[in-house]
Design a protein around this ligand. Structure first.
Ligand SMILES: Nc1ncnc2c1ncn2[C@@H]1O[C@H](COP(=O)(O)OP(=O)(O)O)[C@@H](O)[C@H]1O
Ligand SMILES: [Mg+2]
Length: 226
């Protein structure tokens, strides 16, 4: 369960404080899927970063399964992100000199353990995203859609409590985008994670919220409306 209460965020700028989010409240139950929509610059990425323990809010608080990441030490917060949160960004952010399989195993390496069962799971996930014959390809040897499928597999390796996806299909053509998003939602279901996904593509949004556990919210002027 994700609970965000009265979140606000402002950034200091040379011309004064810039308010990006004000009084944002959001509760997402386990296995629920929330699509966050809103115009460019409305604070969608900022909100996701706050929810994922990457960016401390100016006020308000966040709890994931009753843990407030901002009450943890830096080391414990890093561990929290590693184990409880999966991230997929618009750019795949893969390590260029590592194979597809090694990229998928990065969260296990960062968490300090890569045992046989995790390697098995990495192979299973790559297989599930249609890349069973691409284990040893480097990112440069994959298409954009394939790279993003590796990123999805990586984000779900450790079965995170929550998957955060920020315009994950923003750089893909509509056919690859639909394929990536369908795999992402299937694997989120299999992992039992809750999902918060940002997109401004209506057809992608519908694929995610158009199910019983789906819904969407909009960000306007720093406020969240259902
Ligand atoms: N680190 C920062 N410092 C100053 N302003 C920022 C920073 N990060 C984001 N912003 C500003 O906050 C607003 C919201 O940004 P963002 O969350 O990236 O919007 P979105 O993802 O909806 O396009 C933008 O106006 C952006 O310029
Ligand atoms: Mg953004």
């Amino acid at each position: 369960m994700l609970e965000a209460r009265s979140l606000s965020k402002s950034f200091p700028t040379p011309s004064g404080s810039l308010s990006v989010l004000s009084d944002v409240n959001l509760s997402v139950a386990g296995r629920e899927r929330v699509v966050v929509m809103g115009p460019s610059g409305s604070g969608k990425s900022t909100l996701l970063a706050i929810l994922g323990g990457l960016e401390e809010p100016t006020s308000g608080n966040v709890q994931l399964d009753e843990v407030n990441p901002y009450a943890l030490s830096r080391t414990r917060r890093a561990r929290f992100r590693n184990q409880q949160v999966g991230f997929v960004f618009q750019d795949h952010c893969l390590l260029e000199s590592c194979t597809a399989l090694d990229n998928v195993l990065v969260p296990a390496l960062a968490g300090g353990r890569v045992d046989d069962s995790l390697v098995q799971r990495g192979r299973f996930l790559l297989d599930r995203v249609g890349l069973g014959n691409r284990f040893s390809h480097l990112p440069a040897e994959l298409s954009g859609g394939e790279r993003q499928r590796v990123a999805v597999a990586r984000a779900l390796l450790l079965r995170p409590t929550m998957l955060l996806a920020d315009e994950p299909t923003g750089q893909l053509d509509s056919i690859s985008a639909a394929y990536v998003i369908d795999l992402l939602t299937e694997l989120v279901d299999e992992a039992g994670s809750l999902l918060c996904l940002v997109t401004h593509d209506e057809s992608i949004a519908e694929r995610v919220y158009g199910c019983p556990q789906g819904r969407r919210v909009h960000l306007f002027d720093g406020r969240l409306v259902a």
